[in-house]
Design a protein around this ligand. Structure first.
Ligand SMILES: Nc1ncnc2c1ncn2[C@@H]1O[C@H](COP(=O)(O)OP(=O)(O)OP(=O)(O)O)[C@@H](O)[C@H]1O
Ligand SMILES: [Mg+2]
Length: 435
C-alpha cells in the first residue's frame, strides 16, 4: 500500500507502459484531491471509444492496485470532461515526471502552492526578505537596508507582510507615527469594495530617513483593533460582479501595484513571513519580486527547509522561472570563528544550489553559455554565495529597534550589513535598467 509520497513515483511507473495511448488521448490529467486521492480526467470523446475505454479501465485498475487508499475504486476513477483543453486552461498543473502528456492537478486546502510564479512585470524593483526559520534578524536587516538606501536619497516603500507576527513597523516607526490603518485593514475592506476608505491612511513616513524617504506600510494600524477577527478574513478570495474569482494573493498584488502607483518609490522591500507558509508563498512567487533573499543560519533545519522548496520547484516544473531571482544571505554571522562559519555556510549553500538548482555544465562549457545556468562554488557573484550580515551584541540585547536605529552609526551599519546593502543596491540598478 502506498503512502502519499509514493503517489507520483508510482504513477510514473504505472503510466510508463501506456505512453503511446496517453499521447493519443492527450492530455491525461491526474487529479490529486484534497484528501490525497487520485482520479483521471480525460476528454469525453474517449468515453465512446472502445479501445481507449479498455485502456482507461486497465489504467484505473492498476492505479487502484498500486495506490490503494490513495486511489478511487476503479469504476469511479475516470472522469470525462466535455472540453479538456478549456478545462486545462483554468487549472494550474505540472507534468508528471518522466511521462509526456500526463499532467497533475494538485488540490490543496490552502491557496499558496508555491508554484504560480508571476512574471517580472512590476514597474518598481521588488525585494523580498524571507527565511526558513524565524528570529534570524530578517526584519532588522530590512530596516537597516531601507535606512541605507534612503540615506542615498532613494524613496523606499517597505511592507510588513509578516501579518501573523508583525514587527517591522515598530522598527521603523515610533508609536506616535504609526498610520491609522495597515495591510490587514485594506484586505478586509477590499472584500466589501471599501478599500479606498483606508488606502490613503495606511502609509507613514519614517523619521529615520534624512536624504530620501522610507514609507512604511504596517501589518496593522496604530490601534490593531479587532486584529484576530480581521486576520481570519484576509485570506478570503473575492468574487467580483462578473463572477471572476480573485484569490487573496491576487488582491494583495493589486494593493501593492496601487501603493507603488500612488507613492512612486524607487524600490519596494517586503518583509515576508518565515517558514513554508501561505503569506511567504504569495510574497516569493506571486508578487513579481525580482530579488528573493533567503536568510540562512547554518544548520540542518535551514538547509532541509530550502531543499524542500527547491525540490518542489523542480517537481512542479517551475524552477527555471524562479531560480535566477534567489540569493542566499548569511544571517547573524558570529563574531568568533567567523571564517570557519562562513566557509561552512558557503559549502552547504553550494551543495543544495548545485544539486537542486544549477544545470550540470558539460565539460568544457562555460556557465552562461547556451542558457546553461550554473556557477563555480567560489564565484562571489553566485546566488549561493552568501551576502553576509554580522551578529553584533548591540542588536542582540535590543528592546526597541527603533531606539537603536534612531541613533544609528553609519559606520556600524556598513560593517554589519554592508554586503547585503551593496547587493540590494546592485539588484535595484540591474532591475531599474531593465524596467
Ligand atoms: N545582526 C544582529 N546581531 C545581533 N542580534 C540581532 C541582529 N539582528 C537582529 N538581532 C536581534 O535578533 C532578534 C530577532 O531579530 P528580528 O526580529 O530582526 O528577526 P526576524 O528574523 O525578523 O524574526 P521573526 O521571524 O520573528 O520576524 C531581535 O532581538 C534583534 O534585536
Ligand atoms: Mg521579523
Amino acid at each position: 500500500m502506498s503512502t502519499f509520497d509514493e503517489i507520483l513515483p508510482d504513477l510514473t511507473k504505472i503510466f510508463n507502459p501506456f505512453q503511446e495511448d496517453v499521447t493519443k488521448m492527450k492530455p491525461v490529467l491526474v487529479n490529486r484531491d484534497l484528501n490525497g486521492r487520485v482520479r483521471l480526467i480525460v476528454d469525453e470523446k474517449w468515453e465512446e471509444n472502445e479501445h481507449q475505454h479498455i485502456v482507461l479501465d486497465e489504467m484505473a485498475s492498476k492505479i487502484n492496485e498500486e495506490l490503494g487508499s490513495h486511489a478511487y475504486p476503479a469504476k469511479q476513477a475516470v472522469l470525462f470532461e466535455p472540453d479538456i483543453d478549456d478545462f486545462l486552461k483554468r487549472e494550474s498543473c505540472f507534468q508528471l515526471e518522466g511521462i509526456s502528456d500526463v499532467f497533475v492537478i494538485d488540490r490543496l486546502a490552502v491557496e499558496g502552492n508555491w508554484s504560480r510564479i508571476s512574471d517580472l512585470t512590476a514597474s518598481v524593483p521588488r525585494t523580498v526578505f524571507f527565511s526558513i526559520k524565524g528570529g534570524v534578524g530578517r526584519s532588522t536587516a530590512l530596516a537597516a537596508t531601507a535606512w541605507a538606501l534612503a540615506e542615498q536619497g532613494k524613496k523606499v516603500l517597505v511592507l510588513d507582510l509578516d501579518l501573523e507576527s508583525p514587527g517591522l513597523s515598530s522598527a521603523l516607526l515610533p508609536e506616535d507615527r504609526r498610520p491609522f490603518y495597515g495591510i490587514t485593514d485594506w484586505l478586509v475592506e477590499d472584500l466589501v469594495n471599501n478599500g479606498d476608505v483606508v488606502f490613503e491612511n495606511m502609509v507613514a513616513t519614517s523619521a529615520l530617513s534624512h536624504n530620501g524617504e522610507i514609507l512604511v506600510v504596517p501589518a496593522h494600524g496604530a490601534n490593531p483593533g479587532e486584529y484576530i477577527a480581521k486576520l481570519g478574513r484576509v485570506w478570503m478570495p473575492k468574487i467580483d460582479s462578473d463572477g471572476k474569482r480573485h484569490s487573496w494573493s491576487d488582491r494583495l498584488r493589486r494593493l501593492l501595484d496601487a501603493l507603488e502607483a500612488r507613492w512612486q518609490p524607487d524600490v519596494t522591500l517586503i518583509d515576508s513571513r518565515a517558514g513554508i507558509d501561505e503569506v511567504a508563498s504569495a510574497c516569493i512567487t506571486e508578487l513579481s519580486a525580482s530579488t528573493i533573499l533567503l536568510f540562512a543560519i547554518d544548520g540542518d533545519q535551514t538547509w532541509s527547509g530550502y531543499r524542500v522548496l527547491f525540490q518542489h520547484w523542480n517537481r512542479t516544473g517551475v524552477v527555471r522561472d524562479i531560480r535566477e531571482r534567489l540569493q542566499i544571505v548569511g544571517a547573524m554571522i558570529p563574531e568568533v570563528g567567523t571564517e570557519e562559519y562562513v566557509d561552512g555556510l558557503l559549502e552547504r549553500a553550494w551543495d543544495i544550489f548545485s544539486e537542486e538548482l544549477y544545470d550540470e555544465v558539460p565539460a568544457g562549457k562555460i556557465s552562461g553559455e547556451d542558457s546553461v545556468w550554473s556557477y563555480d562554488q567560489f564565484d562571489q557573484s553566485a546566488p549561493h554565495y552568501p551576502w553576509e550580515v554580522k551578529w553584533h551584541r548591540s542588536f542582540a540585547v535590543l528592546k526597541s529597534l527603533h531606539g537603536r536605529l534612531k541613533d544609528i552609526d553609519p559606520e556600524m551599519v556598513k560593517v554589519l550589513f554592508g554586503p547585503l546593502i551593496a547587493g540590494v543596491e546592485l539588484s535595484i540598478e540591474i532591475d531599474g535598467g531593465s524596467q
